[in-house]
Design a protein around this ligand. Structure first.
Ligand SMILES: *[C@@H]1O[C@H](CO)[C@@H](O)[C@H](O)[C@H]1NC(C)=O
Ligand SMILES: *[C@@H]1O[C@H](CO)[C@@H](O)[C@H](O)[C@H]1NC(C)=O
Ligand SMILES: *[C@@H]1O[C@H](CO)[C@@H](O)[C@H](O)[C@H]1NC(C)=O
Length: 415
């Protein structure tokens, strides 16, 4: 059993290496290099885009391929062929904060307007040739940068906006051993993005290991606006994982590398979600729950009441057992720290409150007995609070523990 696991981990690493090596020549400028790059892009596309049983053209420009569940990217390699797909989790977390009397909001994705994927298929957002050519670095296509997590170890360090880094967070976090998941309800917005390679996201992070040790494990889920990745400014559902602190060899967005196993035929990872909230008007939100199933140990993802799929625990090191930190909040990437017009959340500061500021409410964690409980000792981080800020609160029994977070970006105290 242990040998098989080690083998599988090695496989995932090896596969990713092949993929990265294949793209390493991408930056070459000479004609031979360009031809080589085109060949590599085509070969990567063949790997990412599986032959569909049906195809749905979405009004937002996406092409959704309905791929047989056993042909999804996770099963590319013979070593994973023996994996028996778990179609349902064995145990759902329960507990006093689980409002099972309230029906979850079913989320609507734009492509649903034009069709459905048949049973036993999963919807996969097709990666297009131009997506790979557009990527500023095809080598890291579909991957986050290493700074993509707030550094909890330096909470008390002085605030020094680091122009070369450009990642800005406004988050809440809880650090305790032995978390088995988290659930929260995320307000949906469509923040303004200043430049095509900026992004703005709202998500949860479940982590183990350490950033400094290069062995940080994360499971992430939320929504993002990221023109460089999706070619538009729509709000899109995403997941992410890494086992090596976002370095070269593991992890990716959505289904862009072997890792996440999808079981659901209605949710497309990377697909756009609508409607989003309006300032002073209608508010929309989605529930996201990630928890470690007591049987099998897989980390399941539930979005808007749908079981979407799971991360097998063997793709991780620390997260094979449990998480040591959970975070919730927003992140903006922009090289122009303090000067960017990229918004986080609604683009308004937390003190504006409901309908104006973006919220994450009913923040809960899953404990070792599989119960949803409010986290104790929630900390807050907003290093650039002139641009983006975060506030927490406890509001009666309806909202439980919640945060307001976000802001307009551009430092209003600068000329
Ligand atoms: C898959 O199952 C077959 C048949 O039982 C076996 O021969 C093969 O070694 C297995 N492969 C892996 C990677 O476990
Ligand atoms: C900014 O980030 C770079 C790269 O990570 C690092 O070398 C530099 O020391 C940082 N500067 C400050 C002021 O933190
Ligand atoms: C911003 O952060 C500074 C330094 O931690 C703090 O003194 C200040 O009160 C914060 N401002 C707001 C509006 O939260």
């Amino acid at each position: 059993m242990a040998a098989t696991r080690a083998c599988l981990v090695a496989l995932v690493v090896a596969l990713t290496f092949v993929f990265l090596e294949g793209l390493a020549a991408a930056a070459t400028a000479n004609p031979e290099g360009r031809a080589q790059r085109r060949r590599e892009v085509r070969s990567l596309l063949r790997r990412l885009n599986k032959p569909p049983l049906a195809t749905i053209q979405s009004v937002d420009g996406d092409i959704i391929d309905c791929v047989h569940i056993s042909k999804q990217p996770a099963f590319d390699h013979p070593l994973l062929k023996n994996h028996t797909i778990q179609m349902q989790p064995a145990y759902n977390p329960g507990g006093m904060y689980d409002k099972s009397n309230i029906a979850p909001h079913r989320i609507a994705q734009t492509w649903h307007q034009n069709g459905k994927c048949p049973e036993n298929t999963i919807p996969i957002r097709r990666t297009k040739y131009e997506d790979l050519l557009r990527a500023s670095s095809t080598r890291r296509y579909g991957k986050k940068r290493p700074e993509s997590i707030a550094n909890l170890n330096s909470v008390n360090e002085p605030v020094t906006p680091n122009i070369s880094t450009g990642h800005q967070h406004a988050i809440a976090y809880a650090q305790v051993d032995n978390y088995h998941g988290t659930k929260a309800t995320f307000n949906l917005w469509k923040p303004t993005i200043g430049r095509d390679n900026d992004f703005s996201l709202t998500q949860l992070w479940i982590t183990g290991g350490s950033y400094r040790g290069n062995d940080l494990n994360t499971i992430e889920a939320g929504w993002q606006v990221y023109p460089d990745l999706y070619k538009d400014r729509n709000t899109r559902l995403f997941v992410y994982w890494t086992r090596d602190a976002y370095h070269q060899t593991t992890g990716c967005y959505n289904l862009q590398c072997p890792g996440f196993i999808q079981t659901n035929n209605q949710i497309a990872l990377g697909g756009s979600i609508s409607p989003t909230s309006t300032y002073g008007g209608a508010q929309y939100d989605i529930d996201i729950l990630v928890w470690k199933d007591k049987v099998g140990g897989n980390w399941w993802l539930q979005v808007g009441g749908y079981y979407v799929g799971y991360w097998p625990s063997f793709i991780f090191s620390y997260l094979q057992n449990s998480a040591s930190s959970v975070q919730w909040g927003g992140e903006v990437y922009s090289p122009d720290v303090g000067q960017t017009s990229t918004h986080m959340g609604s683009g308004h500061f937390p003190n504006e409150g409901f309908r104006q500021a973006s919220y994450i409410r009913n923040i809960q964690v899953v404990d070792t007995s599989n119960s949803l409980i409010p986290p104790s000792d929630v900390g807050l981080i907003a290093r650039h609070n002139n641009s983006y800020n975060v506030q927490s609160g406890i509001y009666g029994s309806d909202w439980g523990i919640y945060i307001y977070y976000g802001g307009p970006g551009k430092n209003i105290n600068s000329p």
